[in-house]
Every structure is written in structure tokens, then in C-alpha cells.
Design a binder for this molecule. Structure first.
Ligand code: SPD
Length: 491
């Protein structure tokens, strides 16, 4: 896969469609009737410094593009001051010595056609050759103004395995803000830090039900939506579902959402339970006869009482959202019957263990199980991983981007959250972590393998069987903690 952007006359003859009608307002340049409109956009701007925004016309020459059914991803090289700069994906890029300039290019269906939008330019540039000069100038301006700036820092606390590997670097490159990034793997850990106060974090990612009671405890700042223009991309239906925990989505926006189901090693389960193994049912885990047969190849459970007990209650035919003490105790009793066959309780270790064949069954979060499947297939180790949303039903949850009320850098936090809602960034994240997102504009850029997988984006008939989490009050919390401690310690 190799593609170049060139600025200048040479590239123009390679393009069937060229920018031609630019004026001071907007320019859609694809005039060739063979070219779809808005097939790609290219912008460059200096985000800080004396010249604040420059949008430009550019010409692409694509040598070779990796095709997929959804779109194209490209690697871009840019010529600045006579040197080709190796860059990552064509999305947000910066010049080598400055961190203030950025180029964005998004390529969709037909890479041979070009459509460039030019908005509110200080000057209008019609020719790529002028663009080349302009880039040199802006890079220069960046270097000189960048030296005087103090480093701005953003502290992010997120779930492990929950972001593409280059997202943070792209944000840093785009904004010049340095990110410190820590991870956790349970809501309880995050909650303990937030309730203690002065966590030092600017952005955190609570699950919506935990977030609700944390909002009540005054843990979060209200979002300043004027700083979040990318909110317009969010799916109103999913945001409304998340709003049941945070009215008007006042404190958070959806990072990813998913389900809690069963991850399993297809061959090992089949070897032990035969062709009729109930992989589509909680019975695979909660029927003690099955759990006993699977114990030798390894069963793991999430270390999350609010996930495990309601699933057990659901299998028993009880309301998984119930806070009734008897119901919770019946759920715990069932989990106790399979407890001797459970190897461990952990909420992230199962990803690598499932991928390596070290366990054969886990209760797990959708994307994490798909990551395990992906890792196994990359390792070519013969392990085949399956994920199922049990036919009895499953939890649907939303993980939210939010800002603690005592965040040291709320302005940068808003920039980060807005960046995370950029359609291309969201798509990159989903393509990497295998979780469904709620960003409608991103779907064109999400791998078809992901959008088409019913375990990640469940169809309506499956959605109808999903329940949303219960927000437990202090009294129920205490019951849950007591039951959970009993289960884990085997008493
Ligand atoms: N590896 C990322 C996992 C994110 C899971 N969030 C789950 C919340 C479930 N209630």
C-alpha cells in the first residue's frame, strides 16, 4: 500500500478531476461527471501561531491504494522543504519539527477523483504549486511560534485495550497537547479514584450506570457542548439510551458500547460438549454439568458483580434488573454452584488467555472477545474464538467520555473528547478495539467485517433481548458486595 500527495503541476496531469472552481467560500472541485462528489477532502491548517487557519487546494497522486469494500486507507508522504516525510495514515499529520500544523485528508470510494473543499481562506490558492510554498511558510511559522509555548498536558484514564494504538499520538500531533495515559479494567477501580477526589485526571471513561451515581455524588463537570462540535455525528437513538443515566447527556458522550456475553474456544468446547454444545445460551456457563466438563480447559469470570449476578438471574428466568434481595441471592447461589469450576475472576486477563488457548470459556465484553479472536488469528496458533450473546438475553452497556469536576485542564479535556468524536478517529478506534461506536458518520470508515458482525452490532431481534444496567443504591450495593465476596472466597 503506497500513496503520495504531491503539490504541483506534475501531479495534476495524473488526476481526472482537479480543483477548479475555488472562491473565497467553498469549493467542490470534482467536475468530472465520472467522479462522485465529496469523495475526499484535504485541509491544512496552522492551529496556533499568527496565521490561525489555512485551508488549501491540493492534488493527490495515488500510486497504489489498499481497497476494501467500505473504502480506502492510505499512507501519505508529504514533501516539505525538499524532503519526503514518512507519515502514518492520511488523517492528521504534522510537519517534522513543528507540532502546530496539520493536514487532514479523508479518502472514500474513488481515489482517482478529487474533491477539495476550501473554506474561509485568508487567500485562495488555486494551484498546488502555491500550496507547496504555503506549506513551507506555515511550517516555518509553527517552528518559530512553537518554541515559545509552554507544554500543555492532558491526563486521560481509560479502560485497557480501548483505543487505537495511534490515537493519542494523532491527538498530540494535532493539538500540541501532551497526553499522559493510564488504564484500568473495572468500574470499581475508577469509582474509588473519583470518589476520593483530586484524581488528577481530565478525561475518564465510566460506564453509564456507574456514571449516574457518580454524577449524583458531584464527581463530574457538565460538558460545554459549544466546544464539542463533533457531537453532531452522534446517533440520537443511542445518545437517548445513554441519557437514561445522564439526562440530556449533560456530563458525557458515548465512547463505545457493547454487550456482556460468552467468549469461548470453539474447538475445545466442542471436544468436551459435542456438536450440541449450547454456545448460544448462558447454560454453557451456568449449567454446572457443562461447567464441570469445561473446567480442565479453563473458565474465567469477569470480576464484576453487577455483570455476573444479573446474568445468572437472567438464566434462572428472574429479572436481571431486579434489586430484590431474594433474587440477588438466588443468582449468587447459582454462581456458587459453578464456582469450583472457575479458574479465576478477572476483567482483562481473559483476552490473552482466550487468544492463547489458556482458557476455553469466559463471561466477557464483546469487543474484548473479538480482540482475543483477532490476536489468535494473527498468531496463527490454531485457536478459534467465538462470541455469543446468549439467547436468554444480555447486558447492553455504554462507556462514556466524561470530565471530572476537579480536572486540571478542562479545556484540553473538551478538545480530546471532541477529537474522539471525529468520525475518522472513532472509526480507527472501532477498527482496532472491535467495539461498536455511536458515531453515525464513522460507519463508512469502519471495516465491513465489524459493521456486519451481529455480535458487535446486534440486529433488532437480538437488541430486543438486551437489558440495561441497574443503578444500585447503597443498600443493594452492600448486598452485592457481601454476595460477591462469598463467591470469590468460596465461602
Ligand atoms: N477493554 C475495554 C473494556 C471496556 C468494558 N467496559 C465495560 C463496561 C461493562 N459494564
Amino acid at each position: 500500500m503506497n500513496a503520495h500527495i504531491f503539490f504541483g503541476q506534475q501531479s495534476q496531469k495524473n488526476l481526472p478531476c482537479m480543483p477548479s472552481d475555488c472562491d473565497k467560500g467553498t469549493c467542490i472541485a470534482a467536475k468530472n461527471p465520472d467522479c462522485p462528489r465529496d469523495i475526499d477532502t484535504a485541509t491544512a491548517r496552522v492551529t496556533q501561531g499568527r496565521i490561525t487557519t489555512i485551508f488549501f487546494t491540493a492534488a493527490y497522486f495515488l500510486e497504489d491504494v489498499e481497497k476494501s469494500t467500505v473504502g480506502f486507507s492510505v499512507i501519505v508522504r508529504i514533501l516539505v522543504k525538499g524532503t519526503f516525510i514518512p507519515l502514518r495514515q492520511c488523517f492528521i499529520l504534522r510537519f517534522p519539527t513543528g507540532n502546530l500544523s496539520e493536514i487532514t485528508c479523508i479518502l472514500y470510494q474513488n481515489p482517482k477523483c478529487l474533491s477539495v473543499k476550501v473554506k474561509s481562506t485568508p487567500k485562495t490558492y488555486h494551484r498546488g504549486i502555491k500550496m507547496k510554498k504555503m506549506l513551507a511558510i506555515t511550517a516555518f511559522a509553527s517552528i518559530s511560534s512553537g518554541a515559545a509555548l509552554a507544554e500543555e498536558v492532558l491526563h486521560v484514564y481509560n479502560w485497557s485495550d480501548y483505543i487505537a494504538e495511534d490515537t493519542i499520538a494523532l491527538f498530540e500531533n494535532a493539538t500540541g497537547i501532551k497526553v499522559t495515559y493510564d488504564v484500568y479494567d473495572s468500574n470499581e477501580i475508577l469509582e474509588a479514584k473519583l470518589l476520593a477526589g483530586n484524581s488528577g485526571y481530565d478525561v475518564v471513561v465510566p460506564t453509564a450506570d456507574f456514571m449516574q451515581r457518580q454524577i449524583a455524588a458531584g464527581v463530574y463537570a457538565e460538558l460545554d457542548k459549544s466546544k464539542l462540535p463533533n457531537l453532531k455525528h452522534m446517533d440520537p437513538a443511542l445518545m437517548a439510551a445513554a441519557a437514561q443515566f445522564d439526562p440530556d447527556n449533560a456530563h458525557g458522550t458515548i465512547h463505545m458500547w457493547g454487550t456482556t456475553g460468552l467468549g469461548y474456544n470453539i474447538d475445545k468446547v466442542q471436544e468436551r460438549l459435542g456438536d450440541d454444545a449450547p454456545t448460544d445460551s448462558w447454560a454453557l456457563l451456568f449449567d454446572p454439568a457443562n461447567a464441570e466438563k469445561l473446567q480442565d480447559c479453563g473458565i474465567a469470570l469477569l470480576d464484576a458483580p453487577v455483570e455476573v449476578l444479573p446474568a445468572a438471574m437472567n438464566y434462572l428466568g428472574l429479572n436481571p434488573q431486579s434489586t430484590n434481595k431474594d433474587d440477588l441471592e438466588k443468582g449468587a447461589e447459582l454462581v456458587n454452584t459453578i464456582r469450583p469450576f472457575v479458574r479465576y475472576f478477572h476483567s482483562s486477563q481473559y483476552i490473552s488467555d482466550l487468544a492463547n488457548g489458556d482458557i476455553c470459556l469466559t463471561m466477557g465484553w464483546s469487543g474484548d472477545v473479538f480482540q482475543a479472536r483477532d490476536r489468535a488469528s494473527e498468531a496463527e496458533n490454531g485457536v478459534e474464538v467465538g462470541y455469543s450473546i446468549p439467547k436468554e438475553g444480555a447486558l447492553q452497556w455504554f462507556d462514556m467520555l466524561a470530565i471530572p469536576v476537579d480536572a486540571p485542564n478542562k479545556d484540553a479535556a473538551h478538545k480530546f473528547i471532541n477529537f474522539m468524536m471525529d468520525p475518522q478517529i472513532t472509526a480507527n478506534n472501532t477498527n482496532y478495539v472491535w467495539y461498536a461506536n455511536a458515531n453515525l458518520a464513522s460507519f463508512l470508515m469502519v471495516d465491513a467485517e465489524i459493521t456486519g458482525d451481529s455480535g458487535i452490532f446486534p440486529p433488532d431481534e437480538v437488541k430486543a433481548r438486551l437489558w440495561s444496567a441497574t443503578v444500585y443504591n447503597k443498600k443493594t450495593d452492600r448486598i452485592m458486595t457481601r454476595l460477591w465476596t462469598g463467591i470469590k472466597t468460596g465461602q
